[in-house]
Design a protein around this ligand. Structure first.
Ligand SMILES: Cc1cc2nc3c(=O)[nH]c(=O)nc-3n(C[C@H](O)[C@H](O)[C@H](O)COP(=O)(O)OP(=O)(O)OC[C@H]3O[C@@H](n4cnc5c(N)ncnc54)[C@H](O)[C@@H]3O)c2cc1C
Length: 308
């Protein structure tokens, strides 16, 4: 195990700012293990408990370490474990390995065909350099309420496959996100895959977000999928990100849309129902009232797009 900040060989190729015998580093000292099997990960998670963190793409974790928002004792790098990355389709289900990079998801014809809502969302997830390292599973496990993919997964009725020492279990996306950066993953488990039912005949999608710059986290965003037949909505799953402490499936708005044809009144009813669904937190991007207003505006635009 290599301890970050330890003395390194004189010829070690590393940035100067990371070094000098434990001084002048941004994160608190930590040990680093490059795991080669899930069993090794389970051993380390068992041994270190809450003092261990899984390292996937590092695009969120390293920032929290550098800002000293977290100071784990051990980082468990899962990048070299076989079988955690890749995209496949069988029996009506798209399976995305947790370690699949955002860029691979964005480029996948299977994703574009079977989960077009994911394909629409991907260009909004950060920037190219971050998408080249960041992983689909990392975004789900991190559970940032302003992130695109957790809300997309709720709209898609995705399932998350979690593996622990005793075997694996599947958790519905709708049961996974429990609060601010809080999920149903047990500390000893690794998220290994995301399963997404293929888009059904007659279903349409819309993905829209408002951000200060393209690629920034959203101020508010919407991800929606549902049946639209002759302009009439059914089985709608409108979900929001950046509008609460977790990704939110707008149950009241979805109920208000059931069996209703697109019209100004239908849109207004769905927009009004959002009062029961959303409880946005004020932040540097705006007040709760501003975010509610933006969520209603996005709802109107998304429904119009889907009904067209
Ligand atoms: C400048 C910048 C802008 C960004 N903008 C956006 C944006 O607009 N939208 C967006 O969604 N994201 C954005 N991100 C985050 C990016 O999408 C990350 O890739 C993603 O949130 C985390 O993925 P990761 O693979 O890098 O995970 P890591 O940073 O490695 O891990 C994140 C957390 O999840 C845990 N974890 C990771 N993988 C697993 C697993 N398989 N099982 C269990 N736990 C796991 C880690 O322990 C850690 O706690 C941005 C990042 C940066 C640096």
């Amino acid at each position: 195990m290599l301890r970050y900040g330890d003395s390194m060989p004189a010829n070690a190729n590393r940035p100067r700012s990371l070094s000098v015998q434990g001084r002048a580093v941004k994160p608190a000292p930590f040990a680093y293990v490059r795991a080669t099997s899930l069993d090794q990960v389970f051993d380390l998670l068992e041994e270190h408990g809450d003092d261990a963190r899984i390292l996937a793409g590092g695009q969120s974790l390293m920032a929290t370490l550098n800002m000293r928002l977290s100071a784990p004792e051990v980082l468990i790098d899962i990048n070299r474990i076989d079988g955690l990355a890749g995209i496949s389709f069988a029996d009506g289900t798209l399976r995305i390995g947790a370690m699949t990079r955002h860029s691979a998801v964005a480029d996948s014809p299977d994703v574009a065909r079977h989960a077009p809502l994911v394909a629409k969302a991907m260009p909004h997830v950060a920037h190219v350099a971050i998408r080249n390292r960041g992983t689909f599973g990392g975004s789900i496990a991190f559970a940032d309420p302003a992130a695109e993919l957790p809300a997309v997964c709720r709209a898609l009725r995705a399932r998350f496959v979690l593996q622990g020492r005793g075997g694996s279990r599947t958790v519905e996306a709708n049961d996974f996100f429990l609060g601010l950066f809080e999920t149903a993953r047990d500390p000893g488990e690794v998220l290994v895959a995301i399963e997404i039912p293929t888009i059904a005949a007659g279903e349409k999608t819309s993905f829209l977000e408002l951000a200060r710059r393209h690629g920034d986290y959203a101020i508010v965003g919407i991800a929606a999928q549902g049946k639209v037949s002759g302009g009439t909505f059914s089985d709608m799953r409108v979900a929001f990100f950046g509008a609460g402490d977790r990704p939110i499936l707008a149950a009241a708005a979805n109920a208000a849309l059931e069996g209703k044809a697109f019209s100004d009144d239908t849109v207004a009813a769905a927009q009004a129902a959002l009062d029961a669904d959303l409880d946005p937190m004020p932040d540097l991007n705006g007040s709760a009232a501003t975010k509610m207003h933006l969520a209603r505006v996005l709802t109107g635009r998304a429904l119009k797009e889907m009904a067209a």
